[in-house]
Design a protein around this ligand. Structure first.
Ligand code: SAH
Length: 257
């Protein structure tokens, strides 16, 4: 990948020395004329991610599946090169077109809620994500679910997510361009639906497309104007809603652009 000079380039796997220089160095005994490779914990993305996971665990995130996924997916590959140094801080970051990638603790919390009824160690089945954005959360979800359908209404971000995710080679992630307010009926029923944008209410289409026993985790605007995280559980007999903590998500909008 050539598009990110600096930090991510240093984070990548160490590059073998070109054979000609290596051979020359071996012959002469002199060090090859290569720039020194940056070293140290601050430049090692795995160590930085491990620290992030340790902090998430200290904050109460307990599901080993989620901790493992957060430790595996390289968040710095999803943000602009000017922001990579903040990629493992617990902060939301701009991803273009006025949208943001959620803080790691919020991504982890929502994925943990989505998995809460799935037996320990098992994967969730097919899930739908509303709001692909840069693709980061879709990549995290790919580690805990069998199939991930992720829909985005902004063409520019849909394309960006496709670019970002290419190198990860995640065959179980399916990116869709469209209005996620309508869900994605062709993939239904879903074991879980997770929204990365907050609407006035959980759309009926999502509830209809949810399997019995499935869960929806979605930021939803409350009557007082604040957003709460809402968990909706569907059983054969009823739909149960729980209202959890206040959150700050970009708005869920209808139509495509
Ligand atoms: N999960 C994303 C977060 C993106 S922010 C990530 O990891 O980067 C939320 C996204 O929801 C924005 O990209 C916004 O365009 C998108 N969005 C808002 N309303 C939508 C809708 N009706 N259908 C699909 N995407 C929507």
């Amino acid at each position: 990948m050539t598009r990110r000079p600096g930090f991510p380039a240093q984070l990548g796997p160490s590059q073998p020395k070109p054979p000609t220089q290596r051979a020359a160095a071996a012959r002469t005994g002199a060090p090859a004329a290569l720039p020194p490779r940056p070293q140290g914990v601050g430049l090692d993305s795995e160590a930085v991610r491990t620290r992030m996971v340790t902090r998430l665990a200290a904050q109460g995130l307990a599901d080993p599946r989620v901790l493992a996924a957060m430790g595996r997916i390289e968040r710095h590959r999803f943000v602009d090169s000017a922001l990579v140094n903040q990629a493992y801080e617990d902060t939301s970051l701009p991803i273009g077109l006025g949208q943001t990638i959620s803080k790691p603790s919020v991504v982890a919390r929502m994925v943990e809620l989505l998995l809460a009824a799935t037996p320990a160690g098992a994967r969730l089945g097919r899930i739908l994500e509303i709001g692909t954005g840069c693709g980061y959360q879709a990549a995290v979800l790919s580690q805990v679910a069998t199939e991930v359908y992720s829909i985005e209404r902004l063409r520019g971000l849909h394309d960006k997510a496709r670019d970002n995710l290419r190198a990860f080679r995640l065959p179980n992630v399916h990116l869709l361009f469209g209005d996620g307010m309508e869900g994605f009926a062709k993939g239904a029923p879903y074991a879980g639906i997770i929204a990365a944008a907050g609407g006035e209410a959980v759309p009926q289409a999502w509830i209809d497309q949810l399997a019995s026993g499935g869960r929806i985790v979605a930021p939803t605007v409350m009557p007082d104007g604040r957003q709460s995280l809402v968990v909706l559980e569907k059983t054969a007999r009823e739909v149960r809603r729980s209202f959890l903590e206040t959150v700050h998500f970009v708005p869920l909008k209808s139509g495509i652009a």
